[in-house]
Design a protein around this ligand. Structure first.
Ligand code: SF4
Length: 348
Protein backbone atom coordinates (compact mmCIF):
# COMPACT_ATOMS: atom_id res chain seq x y z
CA UNK A 1 0.00 0.00 0.00
CA UNK A 2 1.29 3.47 -0.77
CA UNK A 3 1.93 6.08 1.90
CA UNK A 4 -1.26 8.08 1.25
CA UNK A 5 -3.52 5.00 1.44
CA UNK A 6 -1.93 3.84 4.73
CA UNK A 7 -2.41 7.27 6.25
CA UNK A 8 -5.97 7.76 4.99
CA UNK A 9 -7.03 4.30 6.18
CA UNK A 10 -5.60 5.04 9.62
CA UNK A 11 -7.35 8.43 9.72
CA UNK A 12 -10.68 6.92 8.82
CA UNK A 13 -10.47 4.58 11.81
CA UNK A 14 -8.72 6.82 14.32
CA UNK A 15 -9.81 10.40 13.76
CA UNK A 16 -11.25 12.22 16.76
CA UNK A 17 -14.99 12.88 16.43
CA UNK A 18 -14.72 16.68 16.30
CA UNK A 19 -17.95 18.66 15.88
CA UNK A 20 -16.92 20.42 12.64
CA UNK A 21 -16.11 17.03 11.11
CA UNK A 22 -19.82 16.08 11.10
CA UNK A 23 -20.89 18.26 8.14
CA UNK A 24 -17.74 20.17 7.17
CA UNK A 25 -19.69 23.43 7.08
CA UNK A 26 -17.33 26.26 6.01
CA UNK A 27 -18.48 28.50 8.89
CA UNK A 28 -17.67 25.82 11.46
CA UNK A 29 -14.34 24.91 9.87
CA UNK A 30 -13.36 28.58 9.79
CA UNK A 31 -14.25 29.27 13.43
CA UNK A 32 -12.53 26.07 14.59
CA UNK A 33 -9.33 26.92 12.71
CA UNK A 34 -9.15 30.41 14.18
CA UNK A 35 -9.85 29.09 17.70
CA UNK A 36 -7.19 26.42 17.35
CA UNK A 37 -4.45 28.89 16.52
CA UNK A 38 -2.22 28.79 19.62
CA UNK A 39 -4.87 26.97 21.63
CA UNK A 40 -4.91 23.28 22.55
CA UNK A 41 -7.78 21.18 21.23
CA UNK A 42 -9.05 20.28 24.74
CA UNK A 43 -9.32 23.93 25.64
CA UNK A 44 -10.79 25.09 22.32
CA UNK A 45 -13.57 22.46 22.14
CA UNK A 46 -15.87 23.85 24.87
CA UNK A 47 -15.42 27.33 23.41
CA UNK A 48 -16.37 26.05 19.96
CA UNK A 49 -19.50 24.32 21.26
CA UNK A 50 -20.60 27.37 23.24
CA UNK A 51 -19.97 29.64 20.24
CA UNK A 52 -22.01 27.46 17.88
CA UNK A 53 -24.85 27.27 20.38
CA UNK A 54 -25.01 31.07 20.64
CA UNK A 55 -24.04 31.93 17.05
CA UNK A 56 -25.03 28.90 14.96
CA UNK A 57 -24.76 30.57 11.54
CA UNK A 58 -22.62 33.10 9.80
CA UNK A 59 -25.64 35.41 9.68
CA UNK A 60 -26.22 35.27 13.45
CA UNK A 61 -22.54 36.12 13.93
CA UNK A 62 -22.75 39.06 11.54
CA UNK A 63 -25.83 40.39 13.35
CA UNK A 64 -24.40 39.89 16.83
CA UNK A 65 -22.89 42.79 18.76
CA UNK A 66 -19.14 42.79 19.39
CA UNK A 67 -19.57 42.54 23.16
CA UNK A 68 -21.26 39.20 22.81
CA UNK A 69 -18.59 37.96 20.38
CA UNK A 70 -15.81 38.98 22.76
CA UNK A 71 -17.59 37.41 25.74
CA UNK A 72 -17.76 34.12 23.86
CA UNK A 73 -14.05 34.42 23.15
CA UNK A 74 -13.16 35.33 26.75
CA UNK A 75 -10.24 33.28 27.96
CA UNK A 76 -8.96 32.28 24.51
CA UNK A 77 -6.71 35.35 24.25
CA UNK A 78 -5.72 37.17 21.05
CA UNK A 79 -9.02 39.05 20.94
CA UNK A 80 -8.19 40.56 17.54
CA UNK A 81 -8.94 37.09 16.12
CA UNK A 82 -12.52 37.30 17.40
CA UNK A 83 -12.91 40.85 16.07
CA UNK A 84 -11.60 39.72 12.67
CA UNK A 85 -14.05 36.81 12.47
CA UNK A 86 -16.86 39.21 13.33
CA UNK A 87 -15.79 41.78 10.69
CA UNK A 88 -15.36 39.08 8.04
CA UNK A 89 -18.80 37.61 8.79
CA UNK A 90 -20.34 41.04 8.17
CA UNK A 91 -18.37 41.34 4.93
CA UNK A 92 -19.49 37.89 3.74
CA UNK A 93 -23.12 38.79 4.42
CA UNK A 94 -22.72 42.11 2.59
CA UNK A 95 -20.68 40.98 -0.40
CA UNK A 96 -21.57 37.30 -0.79
CA UNK A 97 -25.17 37.12 0.46
CA UNK A 98 -24.00 35.34 3.59
CA UNK A 99 -22.58 32.40 1.62
CA UNK A 100 -19.01 31.55 2.49
CA UNK A 101 -16.83 32.16 -0.61
CA UNK A 102 -15.18 29.13 -2.20
CA UNK A 103 -12.57 30.96 -4.21
CA UNK A 104 -9.15 30.60 -2.53
CA UNK A 105 -8.03 34.20 -3.11
CA UNK A 106 -11.33 35.55 -1.81
CA UNK A 107 -10.95 33.43 1.34
CA UNK A 108 -7.36 34.63 1.70
CA UNK A 109 -8.51 38.26 1.46
CA UNK A 110 -10.75 37.89 4.55
CA UNK A 111 -9.52 39.70 7.65
CA UNK A 112 -7.32 37.55 9.85
CA UNK A 113 -7.01 34.76 7.28
CA UNK A 114 -3.47 33.87 6.20
CA UNK A 115 -2.12 31.15 3.93
CA UNK A 116 -2.60 28.42 6.52
CA UNK A 117 -6.23 29.26 7.41
CA UNK A 118 -7.19 29.84 3.77
CA UNK A 119 -5.70 26.43 2.89
CA UNK A 120 -7.51 24.82 5.81
CA UNK A 121 -10.90 26.26 4.79
CA UNK A 122 -10.37 25.54 1.07
CA UNK A 123 -9.27 21.94 1.66
CA UNK A 124 -11.29 20.90 4.72
CA UNK A 125 -14.56 22.71 3.97
CA UNK A 126 -14.47 22.66 0.15
CA UNK A 127 -12.14 19.72 -0.49
CA UNK A 128 -9.92 21.75 -2.80
CA UNK A 129 -6.43 20.34 -3.39
CA UNK A 130 -4.71 23.01 -1.31
CA UNK A 131 -1.90 22.19 1.13
CA UNK A 132 -1.77 23.20 4.77
CA UNK A 133 1.34 23.16 6.90
CA UNK A 134 1.02 23.69 10.64
CA UNK A 135 3.39 22.61 13.41
CA UNK A 136 2.11 19.03 13.30
CA UNK A 137 2.54 18.73 9.53
CA UNK A 138 6.01 20.30 9.73
CA UNK A 139 7.06 17.73 12.30
CA UNK A 140 5.61 14.74 10.43
CA UNK A 141 7.13 15.79 7.09
CA UNK A 142 10.54 16.52 8.57
CA UNK A 143 10.59 13.07 10.18
CA UNK A 144 9.18 11.17 7.20
CA UNK A 145 11.89 12.57 4.94
CA UNK A 146 14.54 13.13 7.65
CA UNK A 147 14.85 16.74 6.48
CA UNK A 148 17.95 18.37 7.91
CA UNK A 149 17.09 21.89 6.73
CA UNK A 150 16.09 23.98 9.76
CA UNK A 151 12.37 24.71 9.88
CA UNK A 152 12.92 28.09 11.55
CA UNK A 153 14.71 29.51 8.50
CA UNK A 154 12.06 31.21 6.42
CA UNK A 155 13.43 30.19 3.01
CA UNK A 156 13.04 26.52 4.01
CA UNK A 157 9.33 26.86 4.80
CA UNK A 158 8.34 26.77 1.10
CA UNK A 159 9.98 23.34 0.84
CA UNK A 160 7.44 21.91 3.31
CA UNK A 161 4.50 23.59 1.57
CA UNK A 162 5.59 22.18 -1.79
CA UNK A 163 6.12 18.73 -0.31
CA UNK A 164 2.68 18.68 1.30
CA UNK A 165 1.08 19.89 -1.94
CA UNK A 166 2.80 17.13 -3.91
CA UNK A 167 1.64 14.47 -1.46
CA UNK A 168 -2.10 15.32 -1.61
CA UNK A 169 -3.95 12.57 -3.49
CA UNK A 170 -6.21 14.26 -6.07
CA UNK A 171 -9.68 14.99 -4.70
CA UNK A 172 -8.77 13.89 -1.16
CA UNK A 173 -7.24 17.01 0.37
CA UNK A 174 -9.98 17.24 3.00
CA UNK A 175 -8.97 13.96 4.59
CA UNK A 176 -5.29 13.93 3.69
CA UNK A 177 -4.51 17.32 5.27
CA UNK A 178 -6.42 16.41 8.39
CA UNK A 179 -4.79 12.99 8.53
CA UNK A 180 -1.30 14.53 8.52
CA UNK A 181 -2.28 16.90 11.34
CA UNK A 182 -4.00 14.14 13.29
CA UNK A 183 -0.95 11.88 12.97
CA UNK A 184 1.20 14.70 14.38
CA UNK A 185 -1.25 15.32 17.23
CA UNK A 186 -1.86 11.69 18.23
CA UNK A 187 1.11 9.56 17.12
CA UNK A 188 4.08 11.56 15.83
CA UNK A 189 4.15 13.80 18.88
CA UNK A 190 6.94 16.25 19.69
CA UNK A 191 8.24 14.05 22.47
CA UNK A 192 8.08 10.27 22.61
CA UNK A 193 6.59 9.68 19.14
CA UNK A 194 4.77 6.34 19.10
CA UNK A 195 6.67 4.86 16.14
CA UNK A 196 5.72 1.31 17.15
CA UNK A 197 2.07 1.95 16.32
CA UNK A 198 2.58 4.46 13.52
CA UNK A 199 0.65 3.60 10.35
CA UNK A 200 3.37 5.06 8.10
CA UNK A 201 6.45 3.77 9.90
CA UNK A 202 7.65 1.81 6.89
CA UNK A 203 7.88 5.05 4.91
CA UNK A 204 9.60 7.05 7.64
CA UNK A 205 13.30 7.84 7.40
CA UNK A 206 13.62 9.29 10.90
CA UNK A 207 12.13 6.13 12.45
CA UNK A 208 15.12 4.23 11.06
CA UNK A 209 17.47 6.41 13.14
CA UNK A 210 17.82 5.90 16.88
CA UNK A 211 16.18 9.20 17.70
CA UNK A 212 13.35 10.57 15.52
CA UNK A 213 13.00 13.35 18.09
CA UNK A 214 16.03 14.99 16.49
CA UNK A 215 13.56 16.16 13.84
CA UNK A 216 12.46 18.78 13.01
CA UNK A 217 15.84 20.49 12.98
CA UNK A 218 15.93 24.03 14.33
CA UNK A 219 18.80 26.41 13.67
CA UNK A 220 18.17 28.50 16.71
CA UNK A 221 17.69 25.61 19.07
CA UNK A 222 19.49 26.58 22.25
CA UNK A 223 21.85 24.01 23.72
CA UNK A 224 19.79 22.58 26.52
CA UNK A 225 20.91 21.13 29.80
CA UNK A 226 20.58 17.36 29.85
CA UNK A 227 18.92 16.05 32.98
CA UNK A 228 18.66 12.43 34.05
CA UNK A 229 15.66 11.54 36.18
CA UNK A 230 13.86 8.46 37.40
CA UNK A 231 10.29 7.69 38.32
CA UNK A 232 8.88 4.90 40.42
CA UNK A 233 5.60 3.10 39.93
CA UNK A 234 4.73 1.70 43.35
CA UNK A 235 2.16 -1.06 43.31
CA UNK A 236 0.17 -2.46 46.21
CA UNK A 237 -2.82 -4.79 45.87
CA UNK A 238 -3.72 -3.61 42.35
CA UNK A 239 -3.35 0.09 43.20
CA UNK A 240 -0.62 2.60 42.37
CA UNK A 241 0.82 5.44 44.41
CA UNK A 242 0.44 8.90 42.87
CA UNK A 243 1.36 12.27 44.34
CA UNK A 244 0.12 15.79 43.81
CA UNK A 245 2.72 18.32 42.64
CA UNK A 246 2.75 21.40 44.89
CA UNK A 247 0.61 24.27 43.65
CA UNK A 248 2.64 27.24 42.48
CA UNK A 249 5.58 25.07 41.38
CA UNK A 250 6.29 23.67 37.95
CA UNK A 251 3.29 21.65 36.76
CA UNK A 252 1.70 22.40 40.12
CA UNK A 253 -1.68 20.76 40.64
CA UNK A 254 -0.87 17.82 38.36
CA UNK A 255 -0.50 14.27 39.67
CA UNK A 256 2.53 12.08 39.14
CA UNK A 257 4.23 8.86 40.05
CA UNK A 258 7.07 9.67 42.48
CA UNK A 259 10.04 10.98 40.53
CA UNK A 260 13.51 12.32 41.25
CA UNK A 261 16.15 14.29 39.37
CA UNK A 262 19.37 12.27 39.38
CA UNK A 263 22.00 14.43 37.65
CA UNK A 264 22.49 17.39 35.34
CA UNK A 265 24.78 17.11 32.32
CA UNK A 266 26.62 14.10 33.78
CA UNK A 267 26.05 10.95 31.77
CA UNK A 268 25.11 7.95 33.94
CA UNK A 269 25.21 4.31 32.94
CA UNK A 270 22.32 1.92 33.57
CA UNK A 271 23.68 0.50 36.83
CA UNK A 272 24.40 3.98 38.26
CA UNK A 273 20.84 5.00 37.42
CA UNK A 274 19.45 1.86 39.05
CA UNK A 275 21.60 2.24 42.19
CA UNK A 276 20.77 5.89 42.70
CA UNK A 277 17.05 5.25 42.15
CA UNK A 278 17.20 2.36 44.65
CA UNK A 279 18.76 4.61 47.28
CA UNK A 280 16.16 7.34 46.74
CA UNK A 281 13.28 4.87 46.65
CA UNK A 282 14.51 3.20 49.83
CA UNK A 283 14.77 6.51 51.64
CA UNK A 284 11.14 7.29 50.94
CA UNK A 285 9.40 3.96 50.63
CA UNK A 286 11.79 1.13 51.72
CA UNK A 287 11.23 -0.93 48.67
CA UNK A 288 13.09 -3.10 46.23
CA UNK A 289 13.80 -4.85 43.94
CA UNK A 290 13.11 -2.49 41.09
CA UNK A 291 11.93 -3.60 37.70
CA UNK A 292 12.83 -1.41 34.71
CA UNK A 293 9.74 -0.38 32.69
CA UNK A 294 11.05 2.03 30.05
CA UNK A 295 12.48 5.45 29.28
CA UNK A 296 10.69 8.71 28.53
CA UNK A 297 12.06 11.99 27.21
CA UNK A 298 10.72 15.40 28.16
CA UNK A 299 11.67 18.61 26.46
CA UNK A 300 11.44 21.73 28.59
CA UNK A 301 12.37 25.24 27.49
CA UNK A 302 15.85 25.00 28.95
CA UNK A 303 16.47 21.33 29.56
CA UNK A 304 16.03 17.97 28.02
CA UNK A 305 15.12 15.32 30.55
CA UNK A 306 15.53 11.58 30.15
CA UNK A 307 13.44 9.78 32.74
CA UNK A 308 13.95 6.10 33.52
CA UNK A 309 10.87 4.40 34.89
CA UNK A 310 10.94 1.57 37.42
CA UNK A 311 8.29 -0.45 39.19
CA UNK A 312 8.30 -1.97 42.68
CA UNK A 313 5.73 -3.81 44.75
CA UNK A 314 5.11 -2.62 48.26
CA UNK A 315 3.99 -5.02 50.91
CA UNK A 316 3.10 -2.64 53.70
CA UNK A 317 0.53 0.07 52.90
CA UNK A 318 1.81 3.62 53.30
CA UNK A 319 0.76 7.15 52.64
CA UNK A 320 -2.75 8.07 51.77
CA UNK A 321 -3.27 11.76 52.22
CA UNK A 322 -4.58 14.71 50.27
CA UNK A 323 -1.36 14.84 48.31
CA UNK A 324 -0.66 11.10 47.95
CA UNK A 325 -3.16 8.45 46.96
CA UNK A 326 -3.34 4.81 46.07
CA UNK A 327 -5.36 4.63 42.87
CA UNK A 328 -6.50 1.80 40.59
CA UNK A 329 -5.50 2.10 36.93
CA UNK A 330 -9.16 2.48 35.90
CA UNK A 331 -9.32 5.66 38.01
CA UNK A 332 -6.24 7.38 36.50
CA UNK A 333 -8.59 9.31 34.21
CA UNK A 334 -9.97 11.19 37.23
CA UNK A 335 -6.55 12.75 37.91
CA UNK A 336 -4.76 15.25 35.65
CA UNK A 337 -1.23 14.02 34.87
CA UNK A 338 1.52 15.64 32.81
CA UNK A 339 2.02 13.96 29.42
CA UNK A 340 5.15 12.11 30.62
CA UNK A 341 3.19 10.51 33.45
CA UNK A 342 0.31 9.65 31.11
CA UNK A 343 2.97 7.81 29.09
CA UNK A 344 4.15 6.03 32.26
CA UNK A 345 0.61 4.84 32.92
CA UNK A 346 0.61 3.34 29.42
CA UNK A 347 3.49 1.07 30.53
CA UNK A 348 1.23 -0.59 33.09
FE1 SF4 B 1 6.63 9.95 13.38
FE2 SF4 B 1 7.66 7.61 14.19
FE3 SF4 B 1 5.59 7.70 12.50
FE4 SF4 B 1 8.02 8.44 11.68
S1 SF4 B 1 7.40 6.39 12.38
S2 SF4 B 1 6.07 9.49 11.26
S3 SF4 B 1 8.80 9.44 13.54
S4 SF4 B 1 5.61 8.38 14.66
Amino acid sequence: MIFQSCLLEWFEKNQRPLPWRKHYRPYEVWVSEIMLQQTQMDMALPYFKRWMKELPTLKTLAESDEKKVLKLWEGLGYYSRARNIHKSAKEIVKKHDGIFPEDFDTILALKGVGRYTAGAIASIAFNQDKPIVDGNVLRVLSRLYAIKKPIDVSKNKSLFWKLQEKLIPKGKARYFNQAMMELGALVCTTQNPSCAICPVKKFCKAAKTSDPENYPVKQNRKKSVKVTASALVLQNKGKYLIRLRPLGGMMGGLWEFPEWKLTKNTPMNASQILNKTKRLANNEFSTEPLEFLGTIKRNYTHHLETMHVFRAHLTQPILHSRSAKWVAKADFKKYPFSSAHVKISSFL
